[in-house]
Design a protein around this ligand. Structure first.
Ligand code: NAD
Length: 483
């Protein structure tokens, strides 16, 4: 664990082994099983680097230069990072390479924007008064990340927090710690001062919860499940700690009758099968105009049967393994519930090639009612729930009819239909004629139970900034009590 610039084992000496989900029985990572005492060291290091260190006091230009150097170092290590990410998560190697390249761009964008962080001035609040808004770094940020996109999610948070002048302690998922540990090492090599970017590995309860509890941590940025996010937000509330939460989703894909059906079928397959369906922004509900429902489903089933599926190390694989046996059981449980509640299974529904790894077949349900469990809950697997509609109002009501609001897609050739529909969607990240698209410029985040706060773009820096109002009196002010 990189803590205060030094690579450390857990004080207990214990480790967590990670087996490849795509290669049964093969150990691909051994990481320290950190606990509260290790977290204490990491928080202490981040606190010292913030309270007395150089990082928050540097010029923005100096910080930006180091963030750019981290981006360049990521690009020099794409192959190594992609291999770790592929083996620990089970995602295809090609996909992992693309993700690492995207992360270098996230660092580059944040490096550039961090030089433009400004406050404000108020010059019209009275002749002898001047008001300034000073933007300051918020302090020590605790960042907890999940296993599905370990390198993307840490890169969506850390460069924004560091760019704002904060120091960080990151707790990656115990399943996928490898690339986060390497990232902190690459940052040190790139000139990041010790103590600015610390990592503690280990389970959530043992190594992560302390980041919510400890008053020395000023901000908690959590990405993961609603269950754990709710628990941590309650702890943080007791200490009046600022929290950012990026939680689950149940993304609708609304397809109107005038949509380009080839493009929509391809996008729906990508939206639900990408990363084996383990995306917070999966398009896991197909809300389709009844007039084109049979034609679209026929195309989708054809694509689903032909997906390049298998060994995550295979260059041609598009669809790899799922994270764990336990998670596969959860997904299979949802399929069983869907059948029990009366949905019609058109394809898949079970594991394939279970001897070699955690592979689950592309799965499509039709005849889903909006109140069914598979239409309401996040499955986090390659399982699509299809619901038909006749009017735009109906489509919007269906799309908004879950507790989540993370992402949504609209497919139509008519821009008026697409934009007017999107305006009515209660989701933080919307696409017209695409899905799971992203760029560092645009904010991400949830409505409703999908979260609190925004990451990326200019907005991402505000999560890690404090704003101080400064009133200045020029010359003699108005006396309060005239003698
Ligand atoms: P999870 O909530 O089980 O775990 C997330 C992280 O929290 C892990 O690092 C885990 O170790 C830690 N954790 C668990 N219990 C903890 C505790 N008591 N105290 C502190 N930390 C604790 O989620 P997961 O299974 O790793 O990831 C899947 C979930 O993440 C899905 O719900 C998915 O939608 C969500 N997710 C959201 C986004 C987003 O940007 N909105 C992105 C990716 C994943």
């Amino acid at each position: 664990m990189p803590i205060d610039g030094v690579s450390r084992d857990a004080l207990s000496g214990e480790v967590i082994e990670r087996q490849s989900p795509g290669h049964r029985g093969k150990v691909v990572g051994v990481w320290p099983a950190g606990g509260a005492a290790d977290a204490d060291l990491a928080i202490r290091a981040a606190r010292k680097a913030f309270d007395t260190g150089h990082w928050p006091r540097m010029t923005a230009a100096e910080r930006s230069t180091i963030l750019h150097a981290v981006a360049a170092n990521i690009l020099r290590h794409v192959e190594e990072l992609a291999l770790i990410e592929c083996l620990e998560t089970g995602k295809p190697i090609n996909q992992a390479r693309g993700e690492i390249g995207y992360c270098a761009d996230l660092w580059t964008y944040a490096a550039g924007q961090s030089r433009g962080l400004e406050g404000d001035s108020h010059n019209a609040i009275g002749e002898n008064r001047l008001g300034l808004v000073l933007r300051e770094p918020a302090g020590v940020v605790g960042i907890i990340t999940p296993w599905n996109f370990p390198f993307i999610i840490v890169s969506e948070r850390v460069p924004w927090a560091l760019g704002a002048g904060c120091t960080v302690v990151v707790k990656p998922s115990e399943f996928t710690s490898g690339t986060t540990v390497r990232l902190a090492e690459l940052a040190l090599e790139a000139g990041m001062p010790p103590g600015v970017f610390n990592v503690i590995t280990g389970t959530g309860a043992a190594a992560g919860q302390v980041l919510a509890e400890d008053p020395r941590v000023d901000v908690l940025a959590f990405t993961g499940s609603v269950r754990v996010g709710t628990h941590l937000a309650a702890i943080a509330a007791a200490g009046i700690k600022r929290v950012g939460l990026e939680l689950g989703g149940k993304g609708p894909q609304i397809v109107f009758a005038d949509a380009d059906l080839e493009a929509a079928a391809d996008g729906i397959a990508y939206g639900v099968y990408h990363n084996a369906g383990q995306c917070c922004i999966s398009g896991s509900r197909l809300i389709v105009a009844n007039a084109i429902r049979p034609a679209l489903l026929e195309r989708l089933l054809d694509l689903s049967r032909r997906l390049p599926f298998g060994d995550p190390l295979g260059e041609a694989s598009r669809f790899g393994a799922m994270v764990s046996d336990q998670h596969i059981e959860k997904v299979a449980g949802y399929v069983a519930t869907g059948l029990r509640e009366g949905a019609e299974l058109l394809l898949g529904g079970d594991m394939v090639d279970a001897k070699s790894g955690n592979f689950f077949a592309p799965t499509v349900f039709d005849g889903v009612r909006p109140d069914m469990t598979i239409a309401q809950e996040e499955i986090f697997g390659p399982v699509l729930a299809t619901i038909g509609f006749d009017t735009r109002e109906e489509a919007v009501a269906l799309a908004n009819g879950t507790p989540f609001g993370l992402s949504a897609s609209v497919w139509s050739r008519d821009l008026e239909t697409a934009i007017q529909t999107t305006r009515q969607l209660r989701a933080g990240r919307c696409w017209i004629n695409s899905v799971i698209d992203g760029t560092p410029e645009l904010p991400i985040g949830g409505y409703k139970k999908s979260g609190v706060g925004r990451e990326l773009g200019r907005y991402g820096f505000d999560e890690y900034s404090q704003f101080k109002g400064l009133h200045m009196t020029l010359g003699r002010g108005q006396p309060w009590f005239q003698h």
